[in-house]
Write a protein that binds this ligand. Structure first.
Ligand code: ZN
Length: 238
């Protein structure tokens, strides 16, 4: 299926790529591609049709549906805790490490890095400071949040959502990689409470198969957590 480019405002675009979206945010000096797609392998070329500014890439994390176009970049920003996830397979390129508190300056538009481990160890969100938008990657969304398999940790995920309270009041909208866009800050507490309920076994899960993995789906009504299907259905078990 073809991808679709949707302009959000004068300096922001989202590119819908078969169930995942990535973003292009322009400042006055440079443009930031946030993730590089699932099926497209030419995210950079797509971005270049939208802006004349130099284009740099940051990855919210390194799951396969967020890095397909990375090979068009010699280097890109990524949290260093994400490197083991990225280097599965033969994914090329140089990681420019970014940590929480780092700011990507686009010219009149600052993107502050917030570390949100749990979905993956190096998952980050980016706060578009001037525009009061949080680009959240996978941890905050109303679709299916993958919490099974290697690199996931639901306790760490819950801690990350608590940690995010530090930025409460700094954003009005959230632009996630999956599900609806935008979503709103009230979703964060609901996800935290939902994950806690899943962790404590207070929500029944349904057995499902996702990409050949037998998993357990916890449908909360506002999002679904997909967790390991351990024999005692304890999602806390690694
Ligand atoms: Zn994803």
């Amino acid at each position: 299926m073809e991808y679709e480019i949707i302009q959000i405002n004068e300096r922001s675009w989202r590119i819908e790529d078969n169930g995942v979206r990535f973003f292009l945010l322009a400042g006055t000096e440079r443009a930031l591609l946030i993730d590089s797609g699932r099926n497209v392998n030419n995210a950079r070329d797509i971005a270049a049709t939208l802006t004349d500014l130099p284009i740099v890439l940051v990855n919210t994390h390194a799951d396969g549906d967020h890095v397909a176009g990375n090979r068009q970049f010699e280097s890109f920003y990524m949290h260093p805790a994400e490197e083991p996830n990225y280097r599965r397979g033969d994914r090329p390129g140089t990681i420019i490490p970014i940590q929480e508190g780092d700011v990507l300056e686009l010219g009149g538009r600052r993107l502050e890095v917030i570390h949100l481990p749990g979905h993956t160890p190096g998952s980050i969100a980016l706060l578009d400071v001037e525009n009061r938008i949080l680009i959240s990657g996978d941890p905050i969304q109303d679709g299916r949040i993958f919490m099974f398999g290697p690199f996931r940790n639901i306790q760490t995920y819950i801690k990350s959502l608590e940690h995010l309270r530090k930025w409460q009041g700094c954003f009005d909208e959230i632009w996630p990689s999956h599900g609806s866009v935008p979503v709103y800050p009230d979703l964060i507490d609901r996800l935290r409470e939902g994950a806690q309920a899943v962790l404590e076994g207070r929500i029944p899960g349904q057995a499902e198969e996702v990409f050949g993995n037998k998993i357990r789906a916890y449908k909360l009504g506002f999002a679904t957590f997909l967790c390991d299907d351990t024999e005692n259905t304890d999602p806390a078990k690694p």
